[in-house]
Design a protein around this ligand. Sequence first.
Ligand code: THU
Length: 123
Amino acid sequence: MTPEELVQHSIKAQQRAKAPYSNYSVGAALLTDDNSVILGCNVESKAYPTTLCAERVAIFSAISQGFTNFTALALITKDGAFPCGSCRQIIHEYANGIPIYIANESGNFITKYSSDLLPFPFG
Ligand code: THU
């Protein structure tokens, strides 16, 4: 699957985001070694800290479904934002070494790796 195709999948996830408080929808698409695509979106709560980020939803969902080997991750936001610190930690632990396509609403993306995002990781 091309990076562009994985970014297209992340748009589907972004459309499913529940972000009524921040109005900031995030989509994630995680590609597995058998070419499955696991989606994640941010899901916000009235109890704000309970909110989950799109990246962690995708990774935790994939693991829950039995997928453990990942080959790429696409993220999309309106402004091409980078993952938060908590997500960087989880990406480091469970999706290390794979290209991360960080896209904006135009579909333009840059490619980063966990080592770029979290250069001095815990653990
Ligand atoms: N968010 C993510 O989904 N991923 C991140 O890496 C950073 C932030 C979500 C959480 C919240 O729903 C919204 O974006 C605004 O912070």
